[in-house]
Structure formats: structure tokens, C-alpha cells
Design a protein. Structure first.
Length: 166
């Protein structure tokens, strides 16, 4: 059962207007920023250390903090998860997905940028990822989240990847 975030009265499924206090609650997607770090026709994947989808290959990224732009979130998450500075390249796409958190299925708006590492050596945050690898852009495996499968199978990614390769 959902409860009104303002007065605590029970409400139905979102969107809902609280019958007790009039508060209107919506189920809006939460934006994320994610990097597809490319090198020589491959992209960097990290193995998720925690649920949801622990053990699956993932792209570095995460939720925006307050009013943070998704591009800034992508750069920050790369720094926090990998210990490196990245420079964003072309915007690679955005897809609506879902994220299971605290017993709820939240809608998310996943925003992806191609990126290259411009500083630092990769040092994973063990709370986030147990290992990393470079996977082929032309034949990516199934990833942790379907939005990643969508963006990695976008044919323009291969073109971007080869342009950014060095
Ligand atoms: Zn209320």
C-alpha cells in the first residue's frame, strides 16, 4: 500500500491525489547518466557487485543528484565507480526502463554518452563492481538492463566507436 508522502494517509497506485490532504503524487521517470567508454572497437563493462542484477555486465552510470544534468551525472559516476576522468563524446541515446528498488519498480530515463578516459587508472569501487572488461561493440552480450541492450545495438554506436577509437 502506498502512503501520502505529506500526511501518511493511504493512497492508491500513482498518479494519485491524497483524499486526506490533497497532495498530488506522480510516478515520473528518474533520469540517469551513463557512459559507454570506447577503445579500439570495444567498450568498458563492469560486473555489478550488488542487486538489482548482481553479477551482470553493466555500464558505469547512475542517478542524477538533485538538479544535476545527466551528462554531469555520467562523468561523476565514472569518477566514483572507476576512479578515472572521462570526457564525453556524442550523445548515444536515451531509453525508458525500469529499476527495482526497495520493493518498488521505478521508471527510469537512461541517458547514454560515448566517452573516453582522459585521466587516471581504473580502480573499481568494490561496493559497485567486482571486475571490468572490454567487450566488442559489434557483438555486445546481454547487459544488466534492457536500455543498455537497446543503446548498444543502435547501429550508429559502431560508427561512433570507430571514430573515437585510438
Ligand atoms: Zn496526504
Amino acid at each position: 500500500m502506498r502512503h501520502c508522502p505529506r500526511c501518511g494517509a493511504p493512497t492508491g497506485a500513482l498518479p494519485a491525489k491524497c483524499g486526506a490532504c490533497g497532495y498530488e503524487a506522480y510516478l515520473n521517470p528518474r533520469p540517469t547518466g551513463t557512459v559507454i567508454i570506447v577503445r579500439d572497437g570495444t567498450f568498458l563493462a563492469v560486473r555489478r557487485a550488488r542487486d538489482p542484477r548482481a553479477g551482470w555486465w553493466d555500464l558505469p552510470g547512475g542517478f542524477c543528484d538533485g538538479f544535476e544534468h545527466p551528462a554531469d551525472a555520467a562523468v561523476r559516476e565514472a569518477r566514483e565507480e572507476l576512479g578515472v576522468a572521462v570526457e564525453l563524446g556524442e550523445f548515444a541515446g536515451m531509453h525508458i526502463g525500469s529499476y527495482d528498488f526497495q520493493g518498488e519498480r521505478l521508471p527510469v530515463l537512461d541517458c547514454f554518452w560515448l566517452a573516453t578516459i582522459v585521466g587516471g587508472e581504473i580502480a573499481l569501487d568494490p561496493a559497485e563492481a567486482s571486475e571490468y572488461t572490454w567487450l566488442p561493440l559489434h557483438d555486445p552480450p546481454e547487459m544488466a538492463f534492457p536500455t543498455m541492450d537497446l543503446v548498444l545495438r543502435n547501429p550508429v554506436i559502431g560508427r561512433f566507436g570507430s571514430r573515437l577509437a585510438h
